[in-house]
Design a protein. Structure first.
Length: 325
């Protein structure tokens, strides 16, 4: 399991600093703080975005399952939506001489220097969900967001046809600070506009539920002519569902979006949420840890591991209820 080009020397100060920072913010596979030693096991660090969203908690659960099955010592760092902390975490994993690092990047450009340092130090690097276009990344795991956004657009086009809407008016609740969600927005917009739809307004939910709710409420108030709203991520969809309820707009607008929650399922049951792009974050986390171990053991990089999406509607929502009780 030894990796080539491992850093051979650490100062006592930097080692203690790295251990302290990680112990304060990381959990091992059993949820306990990691001391960074690994007990002789291969050590993998997962740099996560936050632990508030169901999506990321599901990803963590999949990663922990894979780590337990493979005998890997997994440490999860929660960046609490702070891109700078993600960079620091990668550096700390390098200083502690981990074998591999898995990154769920907030800033796909800003993380590049950190992952290059990790790669140069001999760590294997796996990116999950957010696409980090860097030669330092051995393997990318996750959804093809552009393709999935086009699929979502095609789904909305079919819905519009069924409703006899030649030019449906669609509002978008996005997260303009998110590289991934901008891809989801742009490719969705291009797909529906090519079919005659009009994107009447885009509002910024800032990837936060409360901000998304306020933005969606303003959208519903200013554009009473809308036929549909498209939300580009979990906070945006949560905020949009709450806004539709607070504005009593369930009878005049249909909602489409990304990432199921209990609230989104409630909207499907109520009839105003028509379709939700559901990723499989548990599988993403599972595959990322498996790939990190394989790479650290000397295996050849798969480069890309695609995890398919499902569009959840009233017809197939039942199998997801247990996960989102």
């Amino acid at each position: 399991m030894a990796r080539s080009n491992r850093l051979t020397r650490l100062t006592v100060t930097s080692a203690l600093l790295a251990t302290g920072l990680l112990a304060a913010a990381c959990g091992g596979t059993d949820g306990a703080a990691s001391d960074g030693s690994g007990g002789g096991k291969l050590r993998v660090g997962l740099v996560q975005i936050n632990q508030q969203a169901v999506f990321f908690n599901e990803m963590n659960a999949g990663a922990q399952q894979a780590a337990q099955e493979a005998g890997v010592d997994l440490t999860i760092f929660n960046a609490n939506d702070d891109a700078a902390k993600q960079n620091e975490a990668v550096d700390n994993f390098v200083q502690q001489q981990f074998d591999a690092v898995i990154v769920v990047a907030i800033d796909v450009e800003g993380i590049k220097p950190a992952v290059k340092i990790a790669k140069d130090a001999g760590l294997k690097v796996v990116a999950v969900d957010a696409i980090v276009d860097s030669p330092a990344v051995d393997t990318q795991v996750g959804v093809d967001n552009a393709a999935a956004a086009k699929e979502a657009g095609a789904f909305v086009n079919d819905w519009a046809k069924q409703q006899n809407l030649a030019t449906p008016k669609i509002g978008v609740v996005g997260a303009l600070n998110s590289f991934i969600q901008n891809i989801r927005k742009d490719d969705f917009n291009a797909t529906v506009q090519a079919n005659g739809a009009e994107i009447v307004q885009t509002v910024d939910g800032q990837n936060k539920q409360e901000a998304a709710m306020t933005a969606a409420e303003n959208l519903l108030t200013s554009r009473s002519d809308m036929d549909a709203i498209y939300a580009t991520g979990e906070p945006a969809l949560l905020g949009t569902v709450a806004a539709v309820k607070s504005q009593n707009a369930a009878d005049r607008v249909k909602v489409f979006g990304w990432d199921l929650t209990k609230e989104a399922i409630s909207g499907i049951d109520a009839g105003f949420v028509a379709g939700v792009v559901q990723q499989d974050p548990r599988t993403e986390g599972y595959e990322a840890v498996k790939e990190a171990k394989a790479l650290a053991d000397g295996g050849q990089a798969k480069k890309s591991i695609d995890v398919p999406i499902t569009i959840v509607t009233k017809d197939n929502v039942d199998k997801y209820r247990t996960t989102f009780k």
